[in-house]
Design a protein around this ligand. Structure first.
Ligand code: FES
Length: 105
């Protein structure tokens, strides 16, 4: 398990989105209504990028087929074809005025 620094707190704002690639992890850090989320950057359905996805409340909506995931739990909320697994979420570590994540190698 290793800690990786992602972003300074001072750089965050509502609407913030940024992609990070750390080893084999592709992450998307975002802030919405003061809440920060760290999720996998690709849709669990068929892998479309979520970096341009719409947000509706605390849900993220994949632009390709409209699947919706709850940002707090990762749970699939709506699907139009076959169901898929939940969206992977990562715990954000708040340390020394920056955000980071602990990942398996
Ligand atoms: S790839 Fe995201 S909804 Fe299908």
């Amino acid at each position: 398990m290793n800690y990786y620094s992602l972003e300074k707190l001072i750089n965050l704002y509502d609407g913030y989105r940024k992609l990070f690639k750390i080893d084999n992890h592709n992450l998307l850090l975002l802030q919405l209504d003061g809440q920060r989320y760290l999720i996998e950057s690709r849709c669990p359905h068929r892998g479309h990028a979520l970096s341009t996805a719409d947000m509706e409340g605390d849900q993220i909506v994949c632009p390709l087929h409209g699947y919706r995931f709850d940002l707090r739990s990762g749970a699939l909320q709506h699907f139009t074809e076959e169901p898929c697994r939940s969206l992977r979420r990562y715990d954000i570590v708040d340390r020394d005025n920056e955000l980071g994540v602990v990942l398996d190698n």
